[in-house]
Write a protein that binds this ligand. Structure first.
Ligand code: 2AM
Length: 180
């Protein structure tokens, strides 16, 4: 079985800017800079033959390349039980279009449809018992964060290796987007 997801790889520069946001929140486990990415679709565990179908389906996705700008930070979960700190993405029709294309390609090759609305974000940290005031300070101090625009010219199929030291993401294959 392979644990897979489809994501946009971020530029080195964007990852460095995002990594620069880390710190100041007790109980936060920050994403390793090399692991920072923007997920389009989490697939989960699939057998190898289905992974090959997924690869074929992604090869057939046609969508234009586009610029992406990261914008702002936020938190998932309630104020009392914050779970994830994230960086947001500036409103982007091309990104939504790409995500819909990836989603329909995956459904066509037999995966169950994603029920949750696409909420583009880059996970910065996972939280455990983080104090609300420190989260509040993080959000206000970093609220003006922006990075980009950066060119998005391909999507990437990643394999996630779960281990004791946290997940390691392996880029299996890149699928080019149409550049003008
Ligand atoms: P997250 O960062 O918001 O948790 C690899 O795990 C990627 O797939 C992450 O970007 C993660 O998003 C995303 N993902 C979405 N749904 C997931 C799930 N049910 N389990 C694990 N990862 C998931």
């Amino acid at each position: 079985m392979l644990r897979l997801f489809v994501a946009i790889a971020l530029t080195e520069e964007a990852r460095q800017r995002l990594a620069g946001l880390a710190g100041g929140v007790p109980g936060a486990r920050w994403t390793e800079p090399e692991n920072l990415h923007l997920t389009l679709r989490f697939i989960g565990e699939v057998p190898e033959d289905q992974a090959m179908d997924i690869d074929t389906a992604l090869t057939e996705v046609r969508a234009p390349a586009f610029p992406l700008t990261l914008d702002g930070v936020g938190v998932y979960g309630s104020a009392r039980k914050a779970r994830v700190l994230w960086a947001g993405v500036e409103r982007n029709e091309a990104l939504a279009h790409l995500q819909a294309k990836v989603e329909s390609a995956l459904v066509r090759c037999g995966l169950p449809a994603e029920e949750r609305k696409f909420s583009p974000h880059v996970t910065l940290a996972r939280l455990k018992d983080a104090p609300a005031d420190r989260i509040g300070r993080f959000l206000s101090d970093r609220g003006l964060f922006r990075a980009g625009p950066m060119p998005v010219e391909h999507v990437t199929l990643y394999r996630s290796h779960l281990g004791n030291g946290g997940a390691v993401y392996e880029a299996l294959r890149e699928y080019p987007l149409d550049t003008a």
